[in-house]
Design a protein around this ligand. Structure first.
Ligand code: NAD
Length: 438
């Protein structure tokens, strides 16, 4: 099969590389000259474990290439995937479909023969029908179908998620489009990964419903964690006891500083708007959005308490600023709320993150960057664990405590325990949903 992939971000690039690894011919298109130049030079513009090696292998095999020129990519393609961003529209919480519709129009103008226009971006119900109308209007003679193929990969584990998915969802209107999509995903189909074929609307809804459900699960345990702190329970034991119930499952039950990232915040907001627009409010999700903001605020209060009521003049080391480990993605990361609060309160903030610096330098003005966690924590009054990178899971805590001025730890990912912190020489320890000491 010949595939054109529009957008070489976290989803487009991973999907393009993995499709080429299935044996398809893939041309990835982006408007961003810097990205295309990097890709053509064999460099990966994002941090995603294993992507560089898989990309090089498929470029070498002649199945994968990159271009700024959509026309060249689409010539002879069986399917063209739209994998551009759908950020939150300013002001109203809706998904901004400007990039999707612009891509649809460009495809219509470039395509000559039958092609399936596949939307991989996360889009509200009705968008694929709108894409169909935009393409038909821009090129009335074009023979084409649309398909919805939402993506469920997780940054940091994207290749594995794409190659071994829990399921692939394909929304179609015609047998012909279904056949093209089946041929594209045949390598997964042959390995028994479930492919669920639905109508367009259901495919679009599955993506939002799944993300909102996961965000709800995280938010649920975050609220339970706050209650655990009040009643003296340990949220780690509580989530273990809950997760062993097969009906609940143990995933997404880790209490933390609130969900962030490029998907949950924007997709929950978009689903809430879809509900409001259709006079069928999804009030549970509206509450999740609000509670998640409360969770982040509570983190700031926690840090304030650890700093004896004022950040002014305190030196604070923040370990981890990306929204989760194994990615350089900073979109809607909790650090973007917490670090500015520290800075605004007059703290001297020192940051260490294995991959976050490139993005973080623009997003977190006023902090100093350190390559290793011990130098970030040197002479600090407080060390805050904000992202659970492997690099931060087995630190020499006595060494860290010794170098600090204040020996206080805010473990907002529950990486360590009160006992470990005490033994290491910390004088104050606080975490999420568990007893600390001071
Ligand atoms: P991204 O911002 O990393 O990448 C989007 C890319 O599209 C950019 O490189 C941009 O330059 C390019 N682009 C925009 N308009 C274009 C055009 N007309 N022609 C060519 N290139 C164009 O976005 P992302 O994180 O990959 O997300 C893409 C979509 O996938 C979103 O809808 C998102 O919700 C969804 N999604 C993301 C993830 C994730 O983990 N990031 C997971 C599942 C689904």
């Amino acid at each position: 099969m010949k595939i054109a992939m529009i957008g070489t971000g976290y989803v487009g690039l991973v999907s393009g590389v993995c499709f080429s690894d299935f044996g398809h011919d893939v041309v990835c298109v982006d408007k961003d000259l810097r990205k295309i130049e990097m890709l053509e030079a064999g460099k990966v513009p994002i941090y995603e474990p294993g992507l560089d090696v898989l990309m090089a292998k498929n470029v070498e095999a002649g199945r994968l290439s990159f271009t700024l020129d959509l026309q060249q990519a689409i010539d002879g393609a069986d399917a063209v995937f739209i994998a551009v961003g759908t950020p939150t529209r300013r002001g109203d919480g809706h998904a901004d479909l400007t990039y999707v519709m612009a891509a649809a129009e460009e495809i219509a103008k470039a395509a000559k023969d039958y092609v399936v226009v596949v939307t991989k971006s996360t889009v509200p119900v009705g968008t694929n029908a709108q894409v169909r109308d935009v393409v038909a209007k821009a090129n009335p003679d074009l023979d084409f179908d649309v398909a919805s193929n939402p993506e469920f990969l997780r940054e940091g584990a994207a290749i594995d998620d794409f190659m071994k998915p829990d399921r692939v969802v394909v929304g179609v209107e015609t047998e012909r489009a279904a056949k093209v999509m089946e041929d594209i995903y045949r390598p997964l189909y042959l390995r028994d990964f479930p492919i669920l074929t639905t109508d367009l609307q259901s495919a679009e809804m599955i993506k939002y419903a799944a993300n909102a459900f996961l965000a709800t699960k995280i938010t649920f345990i975050n609220e339970i964690a706050a209650l655990c702190e009040r009643v003296g329970a340990d949220v780690k034991q509580v989530s273990k006891g809950m997760g062993l119930d097969g009906r609940i499952g143990n995933k997404f039950l880790h209490a933390g500083p609130g969900y962030g990232g490029s998907c949950f915040p924007k997709d929950t907001k978009a689903l809430a708007r879809i509900g409001q627009d259709h006079a069928s409010p999804v009030s549970l999700v509206e509450t999740v959005i609000k509670v998640n903001e409360d969770v982040k605020r509570r983190m700031i209060e926690k840090l304030m308490d650890l700093c004896n009521g004022s950040f002014n003049g305190k030196r604070v080391a923040v370990l981890g600023v990306t929204f989760k480990p194994n990615t350089d993605d900073m979109r809607d990361a909790p650090s973007l709320t917490i670090v500015p609060a520290l800075i605004g309160g007059g703290a001297d903030v020192r940051v260490c993150d294995p991959q976050g610096r490139r993005e973080g330098e623009h997003l977190l003005p006023g902090v100093s960057w350190h390559d290793d966690p011990y130098s970030a924590a040197a002479e600090a009054d407080l060390v805050v664990f904000l992202t659970e990178w492997n690099e931060f899971r087995a630190l020499d805590l006595p060494r860290m405590a010794q170098g600090m001025r204040g020996r206080r730890m805010a473990d907002l990912r529950n990486i360590y325990s009160a006992d470990a912190a005490r033994e290491a020489g910390f004088t104050v320890y606080d975490s999420i949903g568990r007893a600390g000491f001071s």
